[in-house]
Unconditional design. Sequence first.
Length: 170
Amino acid sequence: MQVSSTARVLIAGQAPGTRVHASGRPFTDPSGDRLRSWMGIGEDIFYDAAKVTILPMGFCFPGLDDNGGDLPPRPECAPRWRAQLMAAMPQLEYVLAIGMYAQKWHLAGLQKRTLTESVRAWREFHELRPVRVMPMPHPSWRNTAWLKTNPWFEAELVPVLQGDVKALVS
């Protein structure tokens, strides 16, 4: 978690994975490398709390499923504290809603039936006010096949994301 009263960009992820749970620092794994690439920023800006807030849907590592993947955030976590933390950051202008759990919370009923449909409809959410929301897939290596079958994501959404982030963290 990295919370700030000045950052205009919020990265809303799911919950810490195994590596992040061990390091105590969000996105210190290959998914973080991919996310920073999508955003067009380096670690210096990404980990500058004055510029970027990182607030997952769950604070604790939820464990692994039978296939070795991370379990979803625990369902009681976000309802207990997320609204209070979000209210303390009225300066936020842009949310990267990574994964279905973050999209459900930050799109508040506007999300589509599937993650792919929500990400494909990014233009609808990009214009929300006062906070724009950019629905995103998780940058995990597990989603490499999704990226290959959805090339529009990196061709259309990522350049807009990079421009938005650059404008907000400059």
